[in-house]
Design a protein around this ligand. Structure first.
Ligand code: GLU
Length: 481
């Protein structure tokens, strides 16, 4: 049997994490089994579907590396096909027309609510005499189509959840086509999955109630349903349901916040799946090799942002420096720290910059946030640092003066030589190296922490380092006044 799976997002919003995970699992399942991964846009709900969202869904999937294998299917272009299948069900007596007015239906629903019973359609239109049905049909009165739910139950074997059963008395004769002729979600999905020859439907377990209904439709049509695998829910750390609408849950937001796609993919793969053991860091190829539905844990997965940040840091450190420069480039430009032209003309310098910073960054945005002093020299000094390190203004000023004098006389500006010279100066002044290092760092960067000082100076260069020391000395003299 050919393995064909799909992801079927509705373009009513961004591609959120839940759908991205379903896409990834379908993709991995297809790759692992030499199958096909397909994309269907479920855009039949005109009021809630947006063209721009389709583009964003495409871009998000592509960004994550989840490319589909055949042209995408747009459900809205298939309304006539859905209708043909609805008619087939009506003709075979598996579904029936319903002319009931909204008022009548609402009356029954209200009555059920008042009596605290479950509402079931009373099959009024199914039981109309034939001549009455004929008369209604000929009068052109709009009608919905309802699926006839026979007595009994529906069972299926879920590849993650095991054997599941639902008694039919719990299912209403639900509408499969509205009075405007459009098939509803459950009907359209069955038709499209069938025509796309989908072998496995892998989706969130919030769809289990739909699956029973869809299986009854498959049976009505006399076609074999696909196999089903329902994925665990994704919960927030406080165990509440991750909201689809929550901005932070959109894939594009993670991109904007400075996450690497490899980290996001790796992280979402672990939302319910694990290859066994304590293996966590995996690239797509390895995941495809190891993936199986048997290793999906049916219990709820917890979305832990701290872990994603950690993982992103790991991926930053694994990333080639040239690519890293390209990745941080848009953020540095957006942060107003530099321009593309400047970056292009100082590529080697940029490589050294990322080498210095990559150890301490968890997000691509942090290169600019934590290392902005590499690009600008008119920064403010961290007040806490000033209080601690610039306290004794005279003494500190003198130390900075001395160090500036050493630098002026130095031609070899390599980290190694600078370190030797600083140690020599501290010996000469009979103070600990740290007593020089801390105020120098604050003078050069405005902050108290960061990459090794001597490498930082090497990267800033002689002129800039001296200018920054002089600026700090001026600051200290003003502070004294
Ligand atoms: N459009 C549905 C959703 O976004 C698809 C569900 C399915 O995979 O069948 O939830």
């Amino acid at each position: 049997m050919e393995i064909r799976v799909r992801i079927a997002p509705s373009p009513s919003g961004f591609l959120h994490i839940g759908t991205a995970r379903a896409a990834l699992f379908n993709y991995l399942f297809a790759r692992h089994n030499n199958g096909k991964f397909l994309l269907r846009i479920e855009d039949t709900d005109v009021e809630r579907s947006f063209k721009e969202m389709v583009e964003i869904i495409f871009d998000s999937l592509k960004w994550l590396g989840l490319e589909w294998d055949e042209p995408p299917i747009f459900q809205s272009k298939r309304l006539d096909i859905h209708k043909q299948y609805v008619n087939r069900l009506v003709e075979n007596g598996k579904a029936y027309r319903c002319w009931c007015s909204q008022e009548r239906l609402k009356g029954m629903q209200d009555a059920a609510r008042n009596q605290k019973t479950d509402y079931r359609y009373d099959r009024h239109c199914l039981n109309l005499p034939d001549y009455e049905k004929k008369r209604m049909l000929e009068s052109g009165t709009p009608f919905a189509v309802r699926l006839f739910i026979p007595e009994g139950k529906t069972s299926f074997h879920d590849l993650i959840l095991g054997d599941l059963t639902k008694e039919h008395k719990e299912i209403d004769d639900f509408i499969i086509a509205r009075s405007d002729g459009r098939a509803v979600y459950n009907m359209a999905v069955v038709v499209d999955d069938h025509e796309m020859r989908i072998s496995h439907v892998i989706r969130g377990n919030d769809h289990v109630p739909n699956t029973y209904k869809q299986i009854i439709i498959y049976q009505g049509l006399g076609v074999e349903p696909p196999q089903f695998a329902h994925l665990p829910l994704i919960l927030d750390k406080d165990r509440s349901k991750m909201s689809k609408r929550e901005g932070a849950a959109a894939v594009t937001d993670y991109e904007k916040q400075g996450y690497l796609k490899e980290a996001v993919i790796n992280f979402i793969a672990l939302l319910g799946w694990s290859p066994g053991g304590d293996k966590e860091i995996m690239q797509m190829a390895e995941m495809s090799e190891l993936f199986s539905l048997e290793n999906i844990n049916p219990t709820n997965a917890i979305f832990d942002l701290t872990k994603l940040r950690w993982m992103n840091g790991e991926y930053i450190r694994m990333t080639d420096d040239n690519r890293l420069v390209d990745l941080i480039r848009p953020f540095l430009v957006e942060q107003g720290l530099t321009t593309n032209l400047w970056i292009n003309s100082r590529w080697t310098w940029m490589l050294k910059f990322v080498q210095l910073m990559k150890e301490r960054c968890h997000l691509l945005t942090e290169f600019g946030e934590l290392g902005k002093y590499f690009f600008v020299s008119n920064f403010l000094y961290d007040p806490k640092g000033v209080e601690k390190t610039f306290k004794d203004t005279d003494v500190v000023s003198k130390r900075l003066e001395k160090w500036a004098a050493v630098l002026r006389a130095t031609d070899d500006f390599s980290a190694k030589v600078l370190e030797e010279q600083l140690r020599a100066l501290s010996e000469e002044m009979a103070i600990k190296p740290a007593e020089l290092i801390h105020p120098i760092r604050l003078s050069l960067s405005g902050v108290t922490g960061g990459p090794p000082l001597f490498e930082m100076m090497e990267l800033l260069g002689k002129d800039d380092s001296i200018a920054r020391l002089e600026r700090a000395i001026v600051f200290l003299s003003k502070k004294q006044m």
